[in-house]
Structures are given as C-alpha cells and as structure tokens.
Design a protein around this ligand. Structure first.
Ligand code: ADP
Length: 487
C-alpha cells in the first residue's frame, strides 16, 4: 500500500504534521502545568484586597487585638483569603489561619514599592500560597494570602479549549500535505516514468534522448542515462561496423583467391607465366588474410585483457635505434633518409617486444607513405615524467577530419589507396594503429598524431607529412632497477 512515492510522501508529511502538532500540544501542556494565568489573576485579586483593607478605616489598629482578629476573620469568611497582620519585625499579631503555618514578612523593598511580582511561600503542610502585603497606618504589615490555584490537565484543556483548534489545524494540514504530496510526486515521478519508458524503448532497439527536467537528482539520472545510451549506441554501431569491415575485408581476398584458383582449375590460366601470376596473387591474398586474422586475434586478446605484458626496464633510446636499423634496408630501397635524434638513455617500464611492435608499425607506415628520396625522422625526447617518441614522415599527411579516427579499427584514410612497398602493392587492413593504441594505453601512455605544416611565410600551407607521437611514463627508479615483473 505504501509502495508508491505519492503514498510515501503523504505519509512523511502526515507524520511531520502529527509530530509538529504533538510538540505544540506538549508545549501548551507544560505551559499549562505552570498555571501562569490563574496565578496572575490571583495576585491581582490579592493586591486589590490588600490595597482595599490597608486603608485606615478598614481594619482596627493592632492595639485592639481582639477587634482586629474578629474583623480579619470576617474578611476571611467573606473573601476566602487568609489575613495576617505582622509587626514590622515579622511577629504575627493576628492570623486568621494560624494552624496553616507562619507567614513570612515580605521584603522591605516590596513593601516600600509594591510591584506586580508574585510573592509566595509554603505553609506547614507544604502547600504553596500567593500573597500580597501592604503597610497598615499603624506601621504593621497586612498580608493577604490565598493558596495557589492548581488546574489539572483536564481542567486546563477544558478551560482553554485549545484541542479543537489544534485538531482543525491538523486536519487542514493533512489535506494540504496530501495535495502537496500529489503535486510533488508528479513532479518527481514524471521524469522517472519517462526514463523507464526510454529504457524499455532502448531494450527494443529504439532510443530518443530524455529531456532533462525535474529535481536536480532526477536530472542527473536522466543526463547519466543519455550519456550511457549514447555510449551503448556508439558501441553497437562500432560492433556493426566491425562485423561489416571484417566480412568485407575477408571477402575481397577470398573472391580473388576463388577467381584465380578457378582460372587454374578450368585451364584459363594455362601458360606458365599466367600460372605463376595466379599463384603469386593467391599467395599474397592468403598472406593478407592470415595477417588480418592474426591482427584480429591480437585485438580480441587485447580487448579481453588476456595479453600478458612484461614489465621490465627498457631503454627506449636503444630500442628506437635498433628499429631504425632494422628498417634501413627498406628505406634504402625508396632512397629515404632515416634520421634519428636520440638521447643517451630513456628508461621506461614495459614489454619490449610489444613496444617494438608499436614503433615498427609507425616506422613501416612512415616509410610506406613517404615519397621516394624523402626523409623519415625519429626523435626521442625525455621530459619531466614521460618519454616522447616522434615518428615524422614526409608523406601526404592525414586529412584533418581523419585525425580523430585514424586509431579506430579498420580505419583507412582511403581504402583504395595503393601503397608501393618493397614487397609490391600491399594493402593494409587498418588494424595496425588500433593495436598500437591498445599497447601504448596498456603501458599507461598515449598515442596521437598531427600534421606538419610548412613554416609561415613559406607560401605553402600544404601538409609536410605527419608526426605520430607516443608518450610513455618514465620508469620509476624502483621498478627500473627490479628484474622481470609480470602483471
Ligand atoms: P594499415 O596501414 O594496415 O592500413 P594502419 O592502422 O597502420 O593500417 O593505418 C591506418 C590508416 O592510417 C592507413 O590506411 C592510412 O590511411 C593511414 N596512415 C597511417 N600512417 C600514415 C602515415 N604515416 N601517413 C599517412 N597516412 C597514414
């Protein structure tokens, strides 16, 4: 019954209203228990009697003690107040109720200037009395006292009749609380209901972004949902693209293998040179497929985080120098100058073979895309807490729109762009940079790319080649000193 937000809100408000009313009622009861109003009224009454009786002609002087007592007793019977006459030093001269204990002499300050402050005392049985006092003309002190009135709670409630207005206020507050709960729950639950509807729509493959409304917490949830939905969509899209790319990239070499093997089988390619050409194509397409399958397996293993990276101290200066050496024959074939600018040492921690794979891929691309007779430069800079490797080529650069996507799987600037390599026309599959990024990220580093442009004033704003930058954290000394640590 209390499952809905509206019911819970209403219950909270009702409890709040009930609680507040109870506190108010409690306060009133405590106030009532002190009986301030009856006490004030009694003091006023006693004041009036005291003023009235202390006038010269009302009570006989103290020297006629019997007459004084008789007059006082008459007053006591008529007004139901205890009358006591005290000598200036506090001795009782006449008392209408001596059995009820002695009456204290009021403070001199009060007598010379009577104020409205309540004076009280306790009699012999412990009962409270309120009194008022005045000087009589003969110098004695007249004390008029009466037991302090105490109303019971029931009397007070009956007397003051505050329960009915409290109950009315309670009912009114509950109605207001109910209306407020209805409005508030609508305000809060509407965006939540929209959210639930969107989640349901999304599970059916449809999604429209939620409008951000309602209380800030609900807005936050909507915002988080929109972001999550966008990521889910992007991931679904990338999965679709991935499958489309894989099937396309496998289909192309398969078609060509099928075509040329068919030509061999049906005798279309019967001359030795035709057979040689068909076999060559079948071989290179099979090799390409093999490469692609290996790359895909590698990506899948990196994705699943089941690749084990060594964590060993590596001197990048040595590693980059070795890679430059390995690619020198390839560079020579295109008459490309390989320049290196390396420091004495640049220590990082990581997996040597994997990092070598990253730099080999970058240098291979740089050589592939740089024209004959140009230059490829490898720079290594040691910064405060990272080491930066730059692979600069003299190729066509990367179109600005593609700079962001260049590290995506299967991304190729121009799929039909044939690249002349020493091995002949060898098309890539667009997985090399994606793998490189995974490896660099697994080492806690980042990989990026930018285009070099001609210096200002050179009159040529065209790209002067691209620069691939790999930043890796500098090895902490403790790790660089240790031996092989496996993650
Ligand atoms: P592959 O070279 O096998 O196609 P990569 O992931 O290594 O795959 O590269 C992806 C794409 O990025 C390439 O197809 C090419 O279009 C572009 N590219 C990579 N390196 C360079 C470079 N140095 N200069 C120009 N374009 C490049």
């Amino acid at each position: 019954m209390m499952h809905s937000l509206r019911a819970r809100l209403w219950l909270s408000f009702a409890l709040l209203v009930g609680g507040v009313l109870c506190i108010i009622a409690g306060g009133l009861v405590v106030y009532a228990a002190r009986n301030p109003t009856p006490a004030r009224l009694l003091t006023l009454r006693l004041d009036i009697y005291a003023i009235f009786l202390s006038q010269a002609e009302r009570l006989p002087p103290a020297k006629n003690i019997d007459r004084l007592l008789a007059a006082a007793q008459r007053v006591d019977q008529a007004l139901n107040v205890r009358l006591t006459v005290l000598s200036p030093d506090g001795n009782s001269i006449a008392d209408t109720r001596p059995e009820q204990g002695s009456v204290p002499l009021p403070p001199a300050a009060y007598l010379s200037n009577p104020t409205r402050a309540t004076l009280d005392y306790r009699d012999s049985s412990g009962k409270f009395w309120i009194y008022s006092a005045r000087y009589l003309p003969d110098g004695n002190v007249l004390v008029v006292s009466s037991p302090r009135l105490r109303l019971t709670l029931a009397q007070f409630i009956q007397e003051e009749a505050f329960l009915a207005p409290l109950a009315q206020a309670g009912v009114f507050a509950l109605i207001v609380a109910l209306l407020l709960a209805i409005w508030l729950s609508g305000w809060i639950t509407k965006p939540l209901r929209n959210l639930a509807a969107s989640v349901r729509a999304m599970s059916n493959g449809k999604f429209s972004p939620l409008s951000i409304q309602g209380p800030s917490e609900v807005q936050e949830v909507s915002q988080a949902f929109n972001e999550m939905a966008q990521r889910v969509q992007a991931s679904q899209q990338s999965q679709r693209d991935f499958i489309a790319n894989v099937s396309h990239d496998l289909k192309t070499p398969l078609t060509s293998i099928q075509g040329f093997s068919q030509a061999i089988l049906d005798g279309t390619a019967s001359r030795p040179e035709d057979l040689q050409k068909a076999a060559q194509i079948i071989h290179s397409e099979a090799e390409r497929m093999n490469r692609m399958v290996l790359d895909l397996l590698e990506i899948a293993r990196l994705d699943a985080k089941i690749v084990e990276f060594e964590r060993k101290p590596i001197d990048l200066a040595i590693l980059v120098d070795q890679i430059a050496g390995q690619f020198t024959p390839q560079a020579r074939q295109k008459d490309i100058t390989m320049q290196t600018d390396l420091p004495m040492t640049a220590m990082v921690t990581g997996d040597r073979d994997r990092l070598a794979q990253v730099f080999s891929n970058l240098v291979d691309n740089a050589l592939k895309y740089s024209p004959n007779g140009s230059a490829v430069r490898l720079n290594l800079l040691v910064k405060n807490n990272y080491v930066e490797v730059q692979v600069c080529d003299s190729g066509p650069g990367i179109p600005t729109d593609d700079l962001e996507k260049i590290f995506d799987r299967f991304y190729q600037v121009d799929k039909s762009r044939a690249v002349n390599t020493p091995q002949g026309n060898r098309r890539g599959v667009g997985l090399g940079l994606a793998i490189a990024r995974e490896i660099v990220q697994a080492h806690g580093g980042v990989i990026s790319v930018y285009n070099q442009t001609a210096p200002h004033g050179a009159g040529d704003s065209a790209s002067q080649g691209s620069v691939f930058v790999v930043k890796l954290p500098v090895a902490p000394p403790a790790i660089s000193m240790t031996g092989k640590i496996r993650k």
